[in-house]
Ligand binder design. Structure first.
Ligand code: FES
Length: 580
C-alpha cells in the first residue's frame, strides 16, 4: 500500500479536491477512512467524484431494483474516468407509508440537499422511481445546483389478469366497483394483486411516477428516451450505464442544473404533461422544483401554457394502454417531436444537445398508442386552473380524466368534514345523495391531514355505484393519484384547515362548476359566508413535535407547490467550514 504524499495530490481544482486534494491533516482524514473500502491512490487525484443518490428501499417496492442499478451506473462512471460513491436518501414508498408520502416529500428533499452539499461530490446521479422519489431528490439537488442527471427506474411490465390488461393503481380504484358490479370474488382480487405487479418497476399507468419520469425527460434532465423504458428491459440498464458515463463529462463541462432548468424548460414540461395526460401531482412538484432553482412559475402558467395542448397519448387512466405499450410505440421522443411547434426546441439537455436535436427523428410504431398532433385523442387536454369564491388561490381539474357532461354542472353539496367522516357515512343507505350532488371533502390539505393525501377521488356511494353511476363531481383540498380518473376538483387553496372558503361549505349549499369558464362558485351570499367565517374554528394542530410540527408550521399552500417556506431557493454547493 502506498501512502499519499504531497507530490501525488493535486491542488484543489474541483469541489471534491477541497476534501481529497489537500496535503494537510484533514486531507489525510478525508482520504484515509474512505480507503478502508480499498480505493487506490489515483481515485483521489482529480477524478470527478460522482454521488449516486439512491432511493432504493425494500419499503419502496417500485424502487426495489435500484440497488442493482447503482452498480450499472458505477460501471459507466468508472469507464468515463470518474469515482462513483453511492449514498442512500430517505425513500418514499407510496403504497406503504402512512399517512401519505407527500408529508415526507420535503423531508426527503432536505435529506438529499444536505447530503449532497456536505459531501465531496462533483456531480450527482439521481436514481428514482416511485412517485415522490423523483421530485424530492430533484428539489434537493436543485438547492445545491451541481451537475446532475436523472435515471428514472422505469415502469413495471403491463399488468395481466383474466385476459385483461390491468393498470397498476388504476385497478385499485375499481376494486369496489368490480366487487359490487362484476361480482369479483375475494380470490379474484387476491390473484389480481400479483397480476397487476408482474415485475420490478413503478406503476405502469400514466400515474404520477410515469408522469415524473416524463417530466424529467421533458425538462432535459435524462438521456433521451429514458422515461418509458420498462424497468426490466435491458435497455434500461444500458441507459443507466450511459448516464453514468455522461455525468462525468457534465462535471468537466460544469453543466449545472441551473444551466438546464430555465423558464423554457419548465414550459416544455408543462406542454409535454398535457399531451401525455399526466398526473395533477405534476403541478405541486413542478412548482416546488421551480421554487428551488429560482425560476418564476405560477399556478396560472399551467393553464396558460398547457391547457390548449391536445392529448396525444392513449394511456390509462385517461386512455387504454400502458407504459410498456408506450415504450414499444416509440415513447416520449415521438410525443416531443409531434409537439415541436409548441415547445422551446432549443432548450439544452444533459447530453449537451437540444431537446429538438435529441428528438428530431423518432419513429412511431403504434399510432393507437401515440397519435399525431393533427388527429389528437382530445383537444385542450392540459390541466385547467379554476378560480372562484370557493378557491381564491385556485384549484385544479384534469379535463382529460373528467366526464364531459359534468364539466359544466351545478349541484347540491354533500359535505364530509374529514376522511373519517366520509368513511363513516358514505355507504349509509340513508345518506341524502344522488348523482347530481357534489361531494365536498374537507381537511385533507397540506396542513389539515397533514400532507395533502391522494384522497380527492373518493369512491362514490355504494348505492349509486349499484345504479351504474360512474362519476360525480368531487371537490377537496387534497390531491388525486395520477392513476385515478373522474370529475375531481383538487388542490383547493386556501385549504379548509387554514380557513379557506371550503371550510364554510354546508350540506345543501349549491356549488357550480364550469371548467370552460374556469369557474368554481359557492352559491352562498357573501353576508352569509361572513357569518360562517366568524363562527369557524380552526382544527387543533395535528402534531406537537418533530418533523410533522415543522411541516405544518411551514408548509405552503398547494398553489405554491406545498414546499416548506424555509426551503425555497438554494444555498449552492459551497461549504466553507471543514471538520477541524
Ligand atoms: Fe410507486 Fe405507483 S406506487 S409508482
Amino acid at each position: 500500500m502506498k501512502e499519499i504524499n504531497d507530490n501525488s495530490v493535486k491542488s484543489p481544482t474541483s469541489r471534491s479536491a477541497e476534501w481529497f486534494g489537500k496535503s494537510d491533516k484533514m486531507g489525510f482524514v478525508h482520504r484515509s477512512w474512505l480507503r478502508n473500502q480499498g480505493y487506490p491512490d489515483d481515485y483521489f487525484q482529480g477524478k470527478p467524484v460522482i454521488g449516486i443518490c439512491n432511493t432504493w428501499s425494500e419499503l419502496t417496492p417500485c424502487n426495489g431494483h435500484l440497488r442493482d442499478f447503482a452498480e450499472v451506473v458505477k460501471k459507466g462512471v468508472m469507464e468515463a474516468g470518474g469515482f462513483p460513491l453511492e449514498f442512500p436518501v430517505t425513500s418514499l414508498g407510496e403504497t406503504i407509508m402512512r399517512p401519505t408520502t407527500m408529508l415526507f416529500r420535503n423531508l426527503a428533499a432536505m435529506d438529499t440537499e444536505e447530503t449532497i452539499r456536505a459531501n465531496p461530490l462533483d456531480g450527482v446521479v439521481l436514481l428514482t422511481g416511485c412517485d415522490k422519489t423523483t421530485p424530492s431528490t430533484l428539489m434537493g439537488a436543485c438547492s445545491v445546483d451541481l451537475p446532475t442527471i436523472v435515471v428514472p427506474g422505469g415502469p413495471m411490465l403491463n399488468g395481466r389478469f383474466k385476459g385483461e390488461c390491468l393498470g397498476s393503481g388504476s385497478f385499485n380504484w375499481m376494486v369496489k366497483e368490480k366487487t359490487l358490479v362484476e361480482n369479483y370474488t375475494a380470490e379474484d382480487i387476491l390473484e389480481a394483486e400479483i397480476g397487476v405487479a408482474r415485475s420490478a418497476g413503478h406503476c405502469m399507468t400514466m400515474g404520477t411516477a410515469s408522469t415524473m419520469a416524463c417530466m424529467v425527460e421533458a425538462l432535459g434532465l435524462t438521456l433521451p428516451g429514458a422515461a418509458a423504458i420498462p424497468a426490466v428491459d435491458a435497455r434500461k440498464k444500458l441507459m443507466a450505464q450511459l448516464s453514468g458515463r455522461r455525468i462525468v463529462q457534465m462535471v468537466k463541462e460544469n453543466m449545472k442544473l441551473s444551466k438546464i432548468l430555465n423558464r423554457e424548460a419548465f414550459e416544455n414540461a408543462i406542454v409535454v404533461n398535457a399531451a401525455i395526460g399526466g398526473s395533477t401531482n405534476f403541478i405541486v412538484h413542478l412548482l416546488a422544483i421551480a421554487g428551488r432553482i429560482g425560476v418564476e412559475l405560477k399556478l396560472d402558467d399551467f393553464d396558460a401554457v398547457g391547457s390548449k395542448i391536445p392529448l396525444l397519448v392513449n394511456l390509462k387512466p385517461s386512455g387504454k394502454y400502458l407504459m410498456e405499450d408506450f415504450f414499444y410505440a416509440g415513447g416520449l421522443p415521438v410525443v416531443i417531436n409531434e409537439l415541436k411547434n409548441h415547445l422551446h426546441n432549443h432548450a439544452i439537455t444533459v447530453n449537451g444537445l437540444t431537446l429538438g436535436e435529441n428528438n428530431s427523428k423518432p419513429v412511431c410504431y403504434d399510432r393507437k398508442v401515440i397519435t399525431t398532433i393533427d388527429e389528437p385523442l382530445q383537444t385542450n387536454a392540459g390541466i385547467a386552473v379554476l378560480k372562484g369564491n370557493l378557491c381564491e388561490q385556485g384549484a385544479v381539474i384534469k379535463p382529460s380524466a373528467a366526464t364531459v357532461e359534468l364539466m359544466k354542472h351545478g349541484g347540491r353539496a354533500v359535505v364530509f368534514e374529514t376522511m373519517e367522516d366520509y368513511h363513516a357515512r358514505i355507504d349509509d343507505p340513508d345518506l341524502d345523495i344522488d348523482a347530481d350532488c357534489v361531494i365536498v371533502l374537507k381537511n385533507v390539505g397540506p396542513v389539515g391531514y397533514p400532507g395533502m393525501p391522494e384522497v380527492g377521488n373518493v369512491d362514490l356511494p355504494e348505492k349509486l355505484l349499484r345504479k351504474g353511476i360512474k362519476d360525480m363531481i368531487r371537490i377537496s383540498d387534497g390531491r388525486m393519484s395520477g392513476t385515478a380518473a373522474g370529475t375531481v376538483v383538487l388542490h383547493v387553496a386556501p385549504e379548509s384547515a387554514v380557513g379557506g372558503t371550503l371550510a364554510l361549505v354546508k350540506d345543501g349549499d349549491r356549488i357550480e362548476l364550469d371548467v370552460e369558464q374556469r369557474r368554481l362558485h359557492l352559491d352562498v351570499s357573501e353576508e352569509e359566508l361572513q357569518k360562517r367565517r366568524v363562527s369557524w374554528k380552526a382544527p387543533a394542530p395535528v402534531a406537537k413535535r418533530g418533523y410533522v410540527r415543522i411541516y405544518i408550521e411551514h408548509v405552503q399552500q398547494a398553489h405554491l407547490g406545498a414546499d416548506l417556506d424555509l426551503l425555497q431557493g438554494g444555498s449552492g454547493s459551497e461549504v466553507t467550514r471543514d471538520l477541524h
